[in-house]
Design a protein around this ligand. Structure first.
Ligand code: HXC
Length: 258
């Protein structure tokens, strides 16, 4: 399918979705988030795709929700359209693993989009922030909720109250990103990480994603039980037999998602 605000490429079982509104630093408007939702649903259905990367440009992953689109809206407009609620749900309901490859600005909705992915690999040029407070508003797509869970109350509160940016090194220290790499090797590093994920059994990847996300939603005892039951269930799959046989036969496993 042809998109106007994103570019989608599938190679070696990895889909790369590049946000592509360079003149607006990839500001997230309804059109872009609508296209992103459709592309992610397509990736989930596409049997060739086993891992997804969302990325932007060298200057900006995304500089936030599109201020020009929002500025004249009323409360009723925002409430009745549930502004970006549907698109946000579409992103987080994607079952396959999503890596955010972030270089440059990831601000406001851009930081929130990165946090909706399963993990973030950052270039050393990345800058994260929730500057909505400077616009007389506040985050609306997870900046007060996910950022707090990633980096803790103190830093999340400071970021949200002051609008200051966090550089890549601080973001790694705080646990917002899994890894920082030189900007010039960002896409190679992310591709090779995605490739490693794509080689696993997709059933395991999806189950891991569901179980880790449960850690945010349930008490520990419930999360542990959920994890254990999923683990038990895997003993009814061919991939479990293949994975363990391959270990014992000292060869690489050939998973078939069965
Ligand atoms: C619309 C944006 C934009 C945005 C940048 N642009 N960010 N347009 N919405 N969020 C546009 C600029 O207007 C400009 O277009 C072009 O991109 C280049 O931006 P500059 O400002 O000239 O670049 P620079 O001086 O390098 O500054 C980069 C920047 C700055 C620091 C990232 O652009 C900035 O502060 N942007 C806004 C960041 C922000 O406040 N984000 C939060 C948005 S609210 P023209 O046409 O003038 O050349 C939000 C809420 C989410 O995200 C909740 C949703 C439910």
């Amino acid at each position: 399918m042809a998109y106007e605000t994103i570019i989608v490429e599938v190679e070696d079982h990895v889909a790369t979705i590049k946000l592509n509104r360079p003149d607006a630093l990839n500001a997230l408007n309804s059109h872009l988030l609508g296209e992103l939702s459709v592309a992610l649903a397509d990736c989930d259905k596409n049997e060739k795709v086993r891992c997804i990367i969302i990325t932007g440009s060298a200057k900006a992953f995304a500089a936030g929700a599109d201020i020009k689109e929002m500025s004249d809206k009323s409360y009723v407009d925002m409430f009745m359209s549930d502004f970006f609620g549907g698109e946000g749900n579409a992103i987080i309901s994607t079952r396959k693993p999503i890596i955010a490859a972030v270089a440059g600005y990831a601000l406001g909705g851009g930081c929130e989009l990165a946090m909706m992915c399963d993990f973030i690999i950052a270039a050393d040029t990345a800058k994260f922030g929730q500057p909505e407070i400077n616009l007389g508003v506040m985050p609306g797509l997870g900046g007060t909720q996910r950022l707090t869970r990633y980096v803790g109350k103190s830093k999340a509160m400071e970021m949200n109250l002051t609008g200051r940016f966090m550089d890549a090194e601080e973001a790694e220290r705080a646990g917002l990103v899994s890894r920082v790499v030189p900007a010039k090797s960002l896409m190679d590093e992310v591709q090779s990480t995605a490739q490693k994920i794509a080689e696993k059994s997709l059933m395991s990847s999806i189950a891991v994603k569901e179980a880790v996300n449960r850690a945010y939603e349930t008490p520990l005892s419930e999360g542990l039980l959920y994890e254990r039951r999923l683990f038990h269930a895997m003993f009814n799959t061919e991939d479990q037999k293949e994975g363990m046989a391959a270990f014992m036969e000292k060869r690489t496993a050939q998973f078939r998602d069965r």
